[in-house]
Design a protein. Sequence first.
Length: 347
Amino acid sequence: MNATTNATVEASSLMMKQTFTFQVTLPVLAILIGVCCVLANTVVLAFFRSKTANVMHLVYFSLATSDFFAGVVAIFQGIGVMMSHYWPCLTLPVYSIFFIAGQLSFHISAFLNVILTVVRSIMLFIPLCQVRRTWIVAAIIAYSLLWAILILTEWFWTYSHFLTLSDRAVLEILYSYPRPPGAVVDAVIRQIGGEKETLFSRRGAIWFTCVFVPYALPSLITLASGGAQIGRIFCRVKSTGKNNGKSQERARKMSITIVILTVVFFICNTTYVKVVSMDAFWMEMNESITNNFILLISSNHLMYLNSAITPVILILRGKTMRKFLTKRLSSSRHHDIKGTSSLATKV
């Protein structure tokens, strides 16, 4: 009897901790990360707004735009999760918005990080090669539209096929797949292979399409490209002369910045890949949806964190950007002081 009572108490305590984590800790963390993300990317957007004629500056501006959008999604996700606890009718709309907007921002951000490192590599290895702005803009628009269509298709397909189920059941089915368009890929494989296709083969195809291509591949490309860039920078310094102290210092600073950006993106993105891979292969459909949500939403925080850390690195490592921020803050402070003095004079 005592053993049964203790087990019940422990189970109840664990459920309360999971509920608190899901309804309070994770939403508050999402809001804090989102606020930092919005503020830091606002500075980057203001800095690069008038410099988009340069290809690299255009990519940085596009990345900051995507990360700013991710920060807004994180804020609303945190607020929405806490509100859905008190108003359950908001559960499906909140997670629908998060599913569509959040996943789109993750895909675009990962893609823009790849474009950034590829363009930087081209400029280092083939200086005479000109990367056209139209190519970059076309690639960003095409990739964004592609994943927007796939994500919306995933949501409408899932909801229409399970329209008779409750909202909670739809969410459980939707989140049992690693990422969009997992349900659509699964349905296509079932139609082509029939019952011969095993669960593992279907999940493998889903993982390749929904996890490896949009997330794992960008991590590998960024890591390989970052290492090649650092090697190329120091090779160019050696070829210009070992006694050139300014060139060596510039190369060292550039290399450190590249290493920091690459490592942060690789850690956040790869950890995210690991979590959704676990979800793809080891989590069963009948497992507690609360556990799935906690695991998946925790992994989403890593992507939000990457969107917040990247602009901070650019600000701290960029001398020109630091001067820009300092000038903006000082001018804003001067304007406030001037306004206060003017008001005092009128009084």
